[in-house]
Design a protein around this ligand. Structure first.
Ligand code: DG2
Length: 253
């Protein structure tokens, strides 16, 4: 049976992840730990499983680009083309952008914060011009080609899926089913969106899914039927994946 694998990865720890701030479309860089984990965890997992790629897809955000750069550098993938697409950007966190998750939980309650973070279709409040990150996001030159009517002021998992799944269906999957080896380097909510779609996870069950930084997730397809095979495989130690997933799920300090 001829099969092919596609790998989806959340970037390494960003400055905003470290400070426990809602990040979304703010263009935060990786921390030193994020850079180190991209190499120690992501590269190590890909190397151990002898993963090779023909093309890499990523978002327009630097935390994803830095992760791609570490992978290309360490695995000598300099000739592998990288496709940058805004539809792989993290969900826009609206007016929560830049605020500390714990402080927002203290103000609005943990339940409300978890609904904003993990529900399928509840939108955070729209970003307003007085938000310290409003102008930076609106004027980010990387976003200049995003169609005006598509530029969000807030997004839920549901609205993120409306932009990300067409890219997956129309561009990425045809390549995968054609035998090309594809790596997607994106963000927590984008990985959840793709997983929800691929695994047909219900709107309720997706609330419990959390994605650790720097852990490659592998999905295998039967090329003759186009069907998914087996379970998701995480290319990292199971205890590490569990510990990091729990950290992401928690609101933090
Ligand atoms: C995080 C996700 O996105 O945060 O936007 O703050 O994957 O780009 O670091 P990422 C953010 P949570 O939804 O886990 O709170």
């Amino acid at each position: 049976m001829k099969t092919n694998k596609v790998v989806i990865l959340r970037h390494g720890e960003s400055e905003f992840n470290k400070l426990n701030l809602f990040c979304g479309w703010h263009d935060a860089p990786l921390t030193d730990k994020g850079l180190e984990d991209a190499s120690k965890i992501a590269v190590a997992g890909l190397r151990q499983h002898q993963m090779q790629f023909d093309v890499i897809y990523t978002s327009l955000l630097q935390r994803a680009h830095q992760t791609v750069d570490v992978i290309r550098e360490n695995l000598k993938y300099h000739d592998v083309p990288v496709i940058y697409d805004w539809r792989l950007n993290e969900r826009h966190y609206g007016n929560l952008t830049g605020f500390n998750k714990r402080q927002v939980a203290n103000k609005y309650g943990e339940e409300k914060v978890q609904i904003w973070r993990r529900s399928f279709d509840v939108l955070p409040p729209e970003i307003t011009p007085d938000n310290p990150y409003y102008a930076k996001i609106r004027n980010n030159p990387k976003f200049k080609d995003i169609p005006k009517d598509k530029f969000p002021d807030t997004e839920s998992l549901k609205t993120l899926m409306l932009r990300a799944i067409p890219l997956w269906e129309q561009e990425i999957m045809p390549k995968v089913l054609n035998g090309q080896r594809v790596l997607v380097v994106a963000h927590g909510t984008v990985v959840r969106a793709l997983m929800k779609y691929i695994e047909n996870i219900s709107d309720d069950d997706i609330m419990k899914v959390n994605i650790p930084n720097s852990v490659p997730c592998v999905f295998e397809y039967d090329l003759s039927s186009g069907q998914r095979m087996g379970n998701i495989q995480y290319l990292a130690d199971a205890d590490y994946v569990k510990k990091e997933t729990e950290k992401v799920a928690a609101i933090g300090n």
